[in-house]
Design a protein around this ligand. Structure first.
Ligand SMILES: O=C[C@H](O)COP(=O)(O)O
Length: 241
């Protein structure tokens, strides 16, 4: 049976004070959340320590938004896996399209980051997805297939989550139709050696579309951006019907 994982990616939002306010509104809602659902929050690096302390004893897991492949060194602006582990991080987003688009990440660096995460016991959430232009050109399958082939070289598929995030659906309100997301996620699964890898959908997930998204048989969770920033909205998402 595949795991269900709902993760909130806060991107570059929330100060520590705002994180604390979010958690005081969000955590009480988890009493209604079925125990088999895994819930993850991925705050900015500066909030990780505080959020880690606040989550202690709760069922919510802590995630980070990136990890470097070296153990330490002169890599200004980067973070090592051991630093994340030390403060209680268990998951890490790798290869988000915003990292690929704005910060020059390539399939080679994504692969190195995945390996470093797994070496230290972090479960990576690998993001793949196509642009609007690639979709319109009928390249969705080939783009995703190439990303997977390159990103997953020598990667252990027992400690891995994949997020299918069509880039055109991120932060636009233009959700990928749930049956289409289901179809693409099925294609992703057919390329994996481990059929139990949870595969999430991400891209304008919100309280109004989560039920339909999670009703799709291939979709094992969601990677949520904007709608994970408000306690009520993220609570409704983790407590989908
Ligand atoms: O990591 C999350 C995704 O980029 C989705 O963001 P969004 O829910 O704001 O569209």
């Amino acid at each position: 049976m595949r795991k269900i994982v709902i993760a909130g990616n806060w991107k570059m939002f929330k100060t520590q004070a705002e994180s604390a306010e979010f958690l005081s509104g969000f955590l009480p809602h988890l009493e209604e959340t079925p125990s088999e659902r895994e819930v993850v929050i991925c705050p900015p690096f500066t909030d990780l320590s505080l959020v880690s302390q606040s989550l202690h004893g709760s069922r919510v897991n802590l995630g980070a938004q990136n990890v470097h492949w070296e153990e330490s060194g002169a890599y200004t602006g980067e973070i090592a896996a051991s630093m994340l582990i030390e403060i209680g991080v268990r998951f890490v987003i790798v290869g988000h399209s915003e990292r690929r688009q704005f910060f020059g990440e390539t399939d080679v660096s994504v692969n190195l980051r995945l390996k470093a995460a797994q070496k230290h016991g972090l479960t990576p959430i690998l993001c793949v997805g196509e642009t609007k232009q690639q979709r319109d050109a009928g390249e969705t399958e080939s783009i995703i297939s190439t990303q997977l082939k390159k990103d997953l070289v020598d990667i252990d598929q027992t400690h891995l989550i994949i997020a299918y995030e069509p880039i055109w659906a991120i932060g636009t309100g233009d959700t990928c139709e749930s049956k289409e997301a289901n179809r693409v996620i099925g294609l992703i699964r057919s390329q994996l050696t481990n059929p139990l890898v949870p595969i999430q959908y991400g891209g304008s997930v919100n309280p109004n579309n989560i039920d339909e998204i999670m009703a799709q048989p291939e979709i094992d969770g969601a990677l949520v951006g904007g709608a994970s920033l408000k306690a009520d909205s993220f609570a409704r998402i983790v407590n989908y019907q």
